[in-house]
Design a protein. Structure first.
Length: 224
């Protein structure tokens, strides 16, 4: 994986991958605009949406030169994430799911941690969510585990080299976040954070975690 060359030097690149989530996007984009840390770029990767996604994004593109929009045919999340990584220019890369949001100090808190611990290459965690969200276990697909015990990919905040040296996310049905984290642990210095909880996780009805929770629950019930 090779980065695209361009004359821009944001401290942080935020990658938002979206597919037919037009009605959620404003919340996330506005939360980025409200950050206390301002040297960032926002890369919105549209994975072939057929709804009003561009109509929602376009006013931001016209107003802010640090927000960019990419669109390709529907190729699923892993491809969209990797496209965003390749198009990014930040010293640090992070993510935001299209139905989630940041608290105002999210970027500032993550950057402060990384600069206070220069030996760390990648961090994860520090998210707020409703209680008792269950998702399919990456290691045992017929088992449900609490989201709080999972690796939550959109909370990744890491040095640019991590994502390029790992060749981005592998193309998987689910579990690509856990897979990348496991690979990173082998060659980089990683750290899981519990606080501050500055990433606001929302489980939309059409989200991957929601779908796998429902499917897994049905599978578990049928096997009992």
């Amino acid at each position: 994986m090779s980065p695209i060359n361009f004359d821009i030097n944001p401290e942080i690149s935020i990658i938002v991958c979206t597919y037919n989530r037009a009605h959620y996007l404003n919340k996330g984009i506005d939360s980025v605009l409200n950050q206390t840390f301002t040297n960032w770029e926002l890369v919105i990767v549209d994975d072939g949406s057929s709804d009003q996604t561009f109509a929602v994004v376009n006013p931001y593109l016209e107003k802010y030169n640090n927000i960019r929009y990419l669109k390709h045919k529907n190729k699923k999340q892993c491809y969209a994430k990797n496209a965003g990584i390749q198009a990014s220019f930040g010293k640090y890369l992070t993510f935001l799911d299209s139905d989630d949001a940041y608290k105002p100090n999210h970027l500032e808190s993550r950057l402060q941690y990384m600069k206070a611990h220069p030996e760390i290459d990648l961090i994860e965690g520090g998210f707020f969510s409703e209680d008792n969200i269950l998702v399919a276990d990456y290691y045992q697909s017929d088992k449900l585990i609490n989201l709080k015990k999972c690796v939550l990919g959109p909370t990744f905040f890491g040095k640019r080299k991590v994502f390029f040296e790992l060749q981005g996310f592998k193309h998987m049905i689910y579990g690509e976040d856990t897979d990348l984290w496991a690979r990173a642990e082998k060659i980089f210095k990683t750290e899981k954070l519990k606080e501050p909880e500055t990433y606001i996780y929302t489980r939309a009805e059409t989200s991957v975690s929601k779908n796998f929770t429902n499917d897994s629950t049905q599978n578990l019930s049928s096997s009992m």
